[in-house]
Ligand binder design. Structure first.
Ligand code: ATP
Length: 768
């Protein structure tokens, strides 16, 4: 693809963010893979201005193990000189002296503004260098066009034109971890905590943390509360307390203010909550500060960093002098190139709109998920306290909630949000315990009490709880006895069913849908929210729980890799879950830098193993002990009936002839995760509310409409940036590979090639 060999430099700039190292690793390796030279500019623009040792040529192994490192290993700095033309002039000279013809920058909007200015000025900078006799005409001749590509590394997730910035979800994860800790002490002492998080112009971190932790109140810059915010906050906290809640959490973005731009500080909130004449709560302030930046990147950021780094190199190589400067974004789950300056202008427009107190505009400039999350937050924490959202009595429904399949992170968060929404509308949310097996066998007066109404306080603390609080089971309705299930639905007078679970939940709705012909009690609306670590449910690109699983897996793999630092020459073959879908193995491979990933979609063959063993032999022959961590191979549990993780590890050991060794390792149920990831929790809340709203559209006694409307049995999904309901019949017939229990079209398949390239895996014979 590369017409000429280029020298591509990579730099990190502005505030550091988790995932920057992943971008550098991906850029360096992809550049080398494409036959180019790779350079790193150390210390951001400072390094470009200083030149010399700040600009270093990079080799493949120089970036080994970088995916799991926090911060940025090539340093970053705020560089005053680069704001001025003389600083940029020196930078240009250093680029030419090092022969660099393309620059990839990972940073925030400031860094990318600087980059665009540099590119625009480039021809005049070269002229000036020749004029001042610092460089000759011949020296600058090959560098007429500067090629710049940006990637957005920022914890605030504040850049327009992209759904996520590299580092945003890692920072959110750290915040939620801290809030979870604080909640324990808040609850023990019945205290209130005011927690300040980063975000001067962007409330994304505060809002998402509020949704993920079920905070009582949040303050964000884009959407200040009404004039009576003090009374509103106190009355909500008071109501929550009167319902029996022992803890109060208020999350405030550092840029919070009221509608008139008067700053709202954590101290002001503390004074209100602690007021002896009012709530009189024992209140503390916690400012999270720099811990929010700290630590290794979460799975999502590693994926983003890697895919964007690869795309940045491609963009550099495909650019012509006429190409507009771009940055790499993620929209609709796809990695895309977007005009850089427009995004910078739009980003600045949000801050301007906030300044001008045009908050509707500020909100409209954020993506749809932001607005949706704001709505879900308001619906789950405040709406239930007022009667204004309640439906007339004849429209209120009795909705059964049921988990089917294995537990997955976010199931409880989905139930919490669904229940809160139901209560706000006047519906009766009912728990069906332990799946269809529980429903069928423990109904009636059983001590296990399979069918029970939820109350708000019971579920309020579930936002961060892992597993399934109402219990789950794999049994399908047909196995429990369809006639029996239909009679129970009739007995309990359910008006709708809300299923949360994996492929079994999908299958269960399919069975119930078909059984409607025979059993009139099943002529009620039903919808399934995909929740499984395997991410193998048709109708969606993302199932809740899969992000938690990936985080557990990369955490596990990082530790295993590190454990090899003493022994050094070791290969680990790790078996992942995922059923017949290679999603988890592939994405984890992308996140930890595996040398090979074996999936059920591709299978495993002797020829493939032979090629991989030969590659490992080469790798260890060249490695004189400089690389500290072990190598990883990931294999999905169903990739092969014969070649198990243990057998592959044995083959490698046998072939290695003591030059290196090999072990197998099976994380097993650890992959279901402890505390669900914030992404799973937030998406669970958003999707659950949409599910109940969808069911609500049908109302009670809707048997005729149910039988004629394909939308009466659906699966909800995230496809690209949109949330969509797909009729079950369509999903079953057109999108499902029933034999392999996965979607026919798996959106993530293209990532497999990236894992192979960046792991340095040579071409191998594909299994037949
Ligand atoms: P963060 O989101 O963490 O704030 P950022 O990239 O926006 O990251 P800045 O401090 O704004 O961080 O910018 C980083 C560096 O980029 C600056 O120190 C400066 O060297 C360069 N830079 C920023 N804005 C410009 C500009 N308008 N012109 C030239 N250089 C700039």
């Amino acid at each position: 693809m590369a017409p000429v060999k280029k020298k591509i430099a990579i730099m990190t700039s502005g505030g550091d963010s988790p995932g920057m190292n992943g971008v550098v690793r991906a850029c360096v390796r992809m550049a080398l893979h494409m036959g180019c030279d790779a350079y790193c500019v150390y210390e951001g623009y400072e390094g470009l201005v200083r030149g010399g040792d700040y600009i270093r040529k990079m080799a493949w192994d120089d970036v080994r193990g970088w995916l799991s490192e926090g911060g940025t290993l090539i340093g970053t700095a705020r560089c005053m000189e680069f704001y001025e033309r003389p600083g940029r002039l020196t930078g240009a000279k250093n680029m030419v002296l090092n022969g660099i013809d393309a620059l990839i920058i990972c940073g925030g909007d400031g860094s990318l503004t600087g980059a665009d200015k540099f590119r625009a000025e480039w021809p005049s900078l070269l002229d000036e260098l020749v004029e001042k006799k610092e460089l000759t005409k011949d020296q600058v001749a090959p560098y007429k066009h500067l090629n710049i590509v940006g990637t957005v590394g920022s914890i605030d997730n504040d850049m327009s034109g992209t759904d996520a910035t590299i580092g945003g979800y890692s920072a959110l994860s750290r915040i939620c971890e801290m809030v979870d800790y604080i909640e324990a002490t808040a609850s023990s002492h019945s205290r209130a905590f005011v927690i300040e998080v980063m975000g001067r112009h962007c409330g994304w971190l505060a809002l998402m943390a509020g949704v993920a932790t079920g905070a009582d109140f949040v303050f964000i810059p884009e959407k200040p509360r009404e004039d009576n915010w003090k009374e509103e906050m106190c009355s909500i906290v008071q109501k929550h307390r009167s319902l029996g809640k022992r803890k109060t959490i208020v999350i405030i973005a550092e840029g919070a203010h009221d509608k008139y731009s008067n700053k709202i500080t954590p101290e002001m909130i503390k004074d209100l909550l602690a007021d002896p004449k009012g709530l009189h709560l024992d209140t503390r302030i916690t400012t999270l500060g720099h811990v929010q930046r700290g630590g290794t990147a979460v799975a999502y950021d590693r994926m983003l960093a890697t895919l964007q780094g690869v795309e940045a190199v491609k963009a550099v190589l495909e650019a012509t002098p006429e190409t507009e400067t771009c940055f790499i974004a993620i929209t609709e789950n796809k990695i895309v190139r977007r005009p850089l300056m427009q995004a910078v202008i739009d980003t600045k427009a949000v801050a301007k709109a906030i300044e001008a107190q045009d908050f509707d505009k500020a909100m409209s400039l954020r993506d749809t998920e932001f607005a949706d999350q704001y709505a879900s937050y308001m619906l789950t924490t405040t709406a239930n306290l007022s009667t204004q959202f309640q439906l007339p009595k004849d429209k209120r429904m009795k909705i059964g909630f049921i988990n089917v399949g294995a537990p997955a992170g976010g199931m409880n968060a989905a139930i919490r949000a669904g229940v809160a929404y139901c209560i706000s509308r006047g519906h009766e949310p009912v728990a069906i315990h332990n799946g269809f097996a529980g429903f069928a066998r423990h109904h009636g007066d059983s001590p296990l009490g399979a069918v029970r109404s939820f109350d708000w306080l019971e579920v309020d603390g579930w936002a961060s709880k892992g597993g399934s609080e109402i219990g789950t089971n794999r049994e399908l309705p047909k196995e429990s006895g369809m006639e029996h299930i239909a009679s129970l639905v009739k007995k309990y007078k359910f008006d709708a069913l809300f299923l949360i679970g994996g492929f079994e939940a999908f299958h269960a709705v399919s069975q119930l849908r078909i059984a409607r012909e025979e059993f009139p009690s099943l002529r009620i609306p039903m919808t399934v929210l995909p929740a499984t670590i395997s991410n193998n449910v048709p109708g969606t690109e993302y199932s809740i729980g899969s992000d938690t699983c990936l985080n557990e897996l990369i955490d596990y793999c990082d530790k295993i890799k590190q454990s090899a630092s003493a022994a050094r020459r070791r290969v680990f073959v790790i078996e992942t879950q995922g059923g017949r879908s290679g999603y988890v193995a592939t994405l984890a491979g992308l996140g930890v830098g595996a040398v090979a990933v074996y999936t059920p979609e591709e299978g495993v063959s002797l020829g493939m193993l032979e090629a991989d063993v030969r590659h490992l032999k080469d790798v260890f022959a060249k490695d004189k002990g400089q690389s500290r961590a072990g190598r990883l191979i990931l294999i999905n549990e169903k990739a092969s009936k014969v070649y198990t993780a243990k057998l592959i590890a044995d083959i490698i050991r046998e072939e290695a002839h003591d030059h290196f060794e090999s072990r197998d390792s099976i994380p097993g149920h650890v992959q279901q995760g402890g505390v669900p990831s914030p992404m799973d929790r937030c998406r669970a809340a958003r999707l659950a509310i949409k599910c109940i709203q969808h069911l609500e559209n049908f109302g009670r006694d809707a048997a005729d409409r149910v039988m004629s409307d394909p939308m009466s049995s659906t699966v909800i999904g995230i496809r690209g940036a949109s949330v969509v309901f797909t009729p079950m019949k369509e999903a079953e017939e057109k999108e499902t590979d029933w034999a392999n229990r996965r979607p026919i079209d798996e959106h993530w398949m293209y990532m497999k090639g990236t894992v192979d390239i960046l792991g340095g895996r040579p071409a191998y014979p594909k299994p037949e």
